[in-house]
Design a protein around this ligand. Structure first.
Ligand code: MN
Length: 279
């Protein structure tokens, strides 16, 4: 069944960390939770004042964060002793499980910064796991390229290009797609997955039915279906993300996402007691 447009949502200007300007499109009143996706932020600017304060040490519990850098450099350090520098094209996939405390700071004093952070919920049975990290260098990312399009595979599989996440509980697809003018991108996803597109640049037509014109920095929530077809009216660049819904109740407490309010209070207590990131 063809995937059609459900709703087009303009990303909201927001700020997080120590005052980093960003555009939030999931995790907003209009798109609170697209199960299993809790948040999608586009962060960055050409003006260093908008990002230089970064995201100083803060905790997380119960989620996965997937950070994808397109411009600029970011440095990451956390309570497990892990650290790394992200350069353009790099991906950091973090499964926080029971808890980590980390900082995400720009490793640059000027120039253009652009990146994306996606939060994926974890089911109750994985929320108490030890944290896990995967760093994927841009040049190691699976890429499909032909005369009509380029598909960078952060998760899932496109033709022969494959992402790093095997046997993941939500079976995620995460593609960064660039389609030349007048050309069409198609792919299949498993039945029952929720999916969306985040348009970075260009103009596109999704599915068979008419829909409103879509501009940059817009989130396009998609109806259920198995076959996505996107035509680029001009050269177009977008993220396509899909995953299997978890179907559990969620309780949000800022950087903590659990199943119940009591578990959020427990996370706050653990953080205040200094037992948060002990395993
Ligand atoms: Mn964080």
């Amino acid at each position: 069944m063809n995937i059609e447009v459900r709703k087009i949502i303009k990303a909201l200007n927001a700020s997080d960390g120590a005052g980093v300007k960003l555009k939030r499109s999931i995790g907003t009143p209009e798109a609170d939770y697209i199960d299993p996706f809790l948040m999608l932020d586009e962060f960055g600017s050409e003006n260093k004042d908008d990002y230089v304060a970064g995201f100083p040490p803060h905790p997380h519990r119960g989620i996965e964060t997937v950070t994808y850098m397109l411009h600029g450099k970011f440095e990451h350090k956390d309570s497990t002793g892990s650290k790394g520098k992200m350069e353009p094209g790099d991906v950091q996939w973090m499964k926080t499980g029971r808890g980590i405390i980390h900082s995400e700071m720009p490793a640059m004093s000027g120039g253009k910064l652009l990146g994306f952070q996606l939060w994926i919920n974890m089911p109750a049975k994985l929320k108490k796991n030890k944290p896990e990290y995967i760093y994927i260098k841009g040049k190691e990312l699976g890429v499909h390229k032909d005369s009509e399009k380029t598909v960078k595979v952060i998760a899932g599989k496109f033709e022969k290009a494959e992402g790093s996440q095997k046997n993941h509980n939500v079976d995620p697809t995460y593609f960064h797609v660039i389609v030349n003018e007048g050309k069409v991108f198609t792919c299949n996803i498993p039945r029952g997955h929720n999916s969306f597109i985040y348009l970075l640049k260009g103009e596109l037509k999704i599915g068979e039915k008419e829909h409103d014109r879509i501009n940059d920095s817009n989130l396009i929530l998609l109806k259920k279906g198995t076959k996505l077809s996107v035509k680029a009216n001009k050269k177009t660049e977008f993220l396509f993300i899909a995953g299997k819904p978890i179907g559990e109740p969620i309780a949000r407490g800022g950087p903590f996402v659990m199943n119940t309010k009591a578990e959020i209070l427990e996370a706050i207590q653990d953080y205040n007691n200094g037992t948060f990131a002990k395993y």
